[in-house]
Write a new protein. Structure first.
Lengths: 429, 224
């Protein structure tokens, strides 16, 4: 990574930090050995104990005064935004510490993992400390602990520098294919539609009528039929896709909870559809509802990801909403829902969407179930709970809302394959 | 993805969830080496206690108490080296075993077990009759233990001690000198003679220490 890639972090320039000095554990042990040896020698009258204290006294005698009260520290991070699992580096430059040796370490918070510090070059007081983002979210990395030590490790000076905040995006689920509706809005895009137009995908052959472009004459068919035949092509259209990420419930093992899976799937879906030239919107269904209407481009992608991470932008309403707002749902949009389907109001909202004529596809991200003991009653409770979940999914399917399951391990293409291989009938039950 | 990066590839890229590649973890290892350092410190602690207490029957009153204290301190100091110096924080909502482990870690952090071990071992040795060369060997073992604990606590290799070797060697030489002086046969017994002997040994040590040109040596460039 070149120096130009290094972005200034919270502390852009060198700042002076006060050093808190103290005796090291090593010095305390040496001091104990020396004092205890001399004391026992004096009490018992056995001079060999005084000799036993000699090495410790000699080592302690190497201590020298003249410690710096403060040091200059400059902290930079190589990235402000990461994706789960990505690595970046904190670069720490230290000055004004004299001949004291410098060591550094990142005390990372729970969602980050820090690696060992490496000196950037021989004789330089520049430390490179790698770290890895473990979980999505907007969080502080932690702090850098800088340790100054004298020659024989007798005194320790400590400096603590807070590291900047970082945006960590969910790791996008792998998705290559897209679900395309049968009816697409009249916007130029990349999906071949059922209507004839000016695209590049061959649709069929029809008889020439005055006004048609001659360059599209199909000469082989013309020769065969005796009348002038014309090639027709499909129109290429874009579609509106609204991704609904259910953040109302969060169950499962840490790192693979339903919320993790829903956000990763949502991130992968938004990435895939934006890359396909579609207009993508996002609804985050949590305690409060937040959304961004469909849009295109890289800037829009970052807006969507920001909403996914913060979950508190856009228009918000109180809890209890079963009817999703019209402003977030353009007519004829494909709605992809990523949810564990545990929130009854969301299920009601999905039924309402279907009744309003939207094409809805649900990706079930529930991979856990409540903990039950082996008691007979608990076994019965488990069966009832499973039947309830099956009933919810069955009722949605009966309404014309396909429900597929994604476990977070495989590619999203696999559960969505039945709907990506052919066009999905829009707005039909 | 760094700031300003384009919209990720539709395939999700190498870090995509559900793909064959999973993010690689940072190497936070070094545990085999650290385990060896802790094991060395524990072994030296055991050797020190065994050496200082032998023979058990030869000790004065309080030997058994000092032995128990030394063993407890040795176990606790080894445990402290193993768990490191990171502060622990437990929540009352944590399971019992987590809270119990945190309580134990808190106790290990609360007291200076290694220092207590040094005092206990010296007390064990003092409870036995005078044996200068035995005490000298114990002194070397104690010094080795102090450095083993230091290396384990600092999680560094013995190479870090390279700059201190002359001082350590000089210290051991002074120890031998002092113990040799202490082992000389007594010529005149009387009140204050023991104190005079101690002062003579201390004076020999100080004189020897001042004569050794080790404290003015330059610090090695890459020493930690």
């Amino acid at each position: 990574m070149s120096p130009a890639d290094i972005l200034p972090a919270a502390s852009d320039d060198s700042r002076e930090y006060k050093v808190s000095w103290g005796l090291s554990g090593h010095a305390r042990r040496l001091l104990t050995l020396a004092l205890a040896g001399l004391a026992i020698a004096a009490v018992t009258g056995r001079p060999e104990f005084a000799g036993l204290a000699a090495p410790a006294v000699l080592l302690l005698a190497t201590w020298r005064p003249g410690r710096p009260d403060s040091v200059l520290v400059r902290v930079r991070a190589t990235a402000r935004q990461l994706v789960e699992g990505d690595q970046a580096t904190v670069i720490v430059t230290i000055g004004g510490h004299g001949d004291y040796a410098v060591q550094g370490e990142i005390k990372a918070r729970e969602t980050f993992e820090a690696g060992p510090a490496v000196r950037a070059g021989a004789g330089q007081d520049v430390l490179r400390m790698p770290f890895q983002a473990q979980r999505w979210g907007i969080r502080r990395i932690g702090r850098v602990e800088i340790m100054l030590r004298d020659r024989f490790w007798l005194t320790e000076g400590q400096v603590s520098v807070e590291l900047p905040q970082l945006e960590c995006y969910p790791r996008p689920a792998a998705l290559r294919s897209t679900v395309v509706l049968s009816r697409l809005p009249s916007r130029l895009g990349e999906h071949p539609s059922r209507t004839a137009g000016e695209g590049v995908e061959f649709a069929g052959v029809r008889e020439f009528v005055p006004g048609d472009r001659q360059r599209r004459i199909n000469w082989a068919a013309t020769t065969r039929t005796g009348t002038i035949q014309l090639n027709t092509f499909t129109a290429e259209r874009t579609q509106n896709v609204v991704v609904l990420a259910d953040a109302s419930t969060n169950v499962g093992e840490e790192g693979a909870t339903s919320l993790d899976l829903a956000y990763r799937a949502a991130a992968g879906t938004m990435t895939c559809y934006l890359a396909a030239g579609d207009r993508v919107g996002l609804i985050v269904y949590a305690d409060r509802l937040s959304w961004i209407g469909p849009g295109l481009g890289r800037r829009h992608f970052h807006r969507l990801m920001d909403l996914l991470l913060s979950g508190h932008r856009g228009w918000e309403r109180a809890d209890g909403l079963t009817r999703l707002p019209k402003a977030a749902l353009p007519p004829g949009a494909l709605i992809l829902v990523f949810s564990p389907l545990l929130h009854p109001r969301l299920v009601e909202a999905l039924r309402d969407l279907r009744e309003r004529g939207f094409s809805v596809l649900v990706v079930d991200v529930l991979t856990a179930e409540p903990a039950f003991s082996r008691a007979r009653t608990d076994e019965l409770t488990r069966r009832i709970w499973r039947l309830e979940q099956q009933a919810i999914r069955f009722s949605l399917t009966q309404l014309g809302i396909p429900v597929v399951h994604w476990d977070g391990q495989q590619s999203l293409d696999e559960p969505l394959a039945p709907y990506t291989r052919r066009v999905m009938l829009a707005g039909q039950r | 993805m760094t700031a300003g990066a384009p919209v990720p590839d539709a395939s999700g890229g190498p870090g995509a969830a559900g793909g064959p590649d999973t993010p690689q973890r940072l190497d936070g290892g070094g545990w085999p080496a650290q385990g060896r350092r802790i094991a060395a410190a524990a072994l030296l602690a055991a050797v020190m206690i065994t050496w200082a207490v032998a023979p058990v029957s030869g000790g004065g009153p309080g030997t058994r108490l000092a032995l128990i204290a030394a063993v407890v301190c040795a176990v606790a100091s080894t445990g402290r080296l193993a768990i490191g110096e990171e502060p622990v924080s437990s929540s009352p909502f944590d399971p019992f075993h987590v809270r119990f482990t945190d309580t134990v870690a808190g106790v290990l952090h609360a007291l200076p077990w290694a220092e207590c071990l040094i005092v206990a071992v010296l007390a064990l040795e003092a409870l036995h009759h005078a044996r200068p060369w035995h005490t000298a060997v114990l002194g070397v073992a104690l010094l080795a233990y102090v450095f083993a604990a230091h290396l384990a606590q600092a999680r560094t290799s013995p190479a870090a001690l390279a700059g201190q070797l002359p001082v350590i060697a000089a210290g051991v030489a002074l120890l031998a000198l002092a113990v040799g002086a202490a082992a000389l046969p007594r010529l005149h017994a009387g009140p204050g003679s023991e104190l005079l002997r101690i002062l003579a040994v201390v004076a020999a040590v100080v004189a020897g220490g001042l004569a050794l040109p080790v404290s003015g040596r330059r610090r090695p460039r890459d020493s930690p």
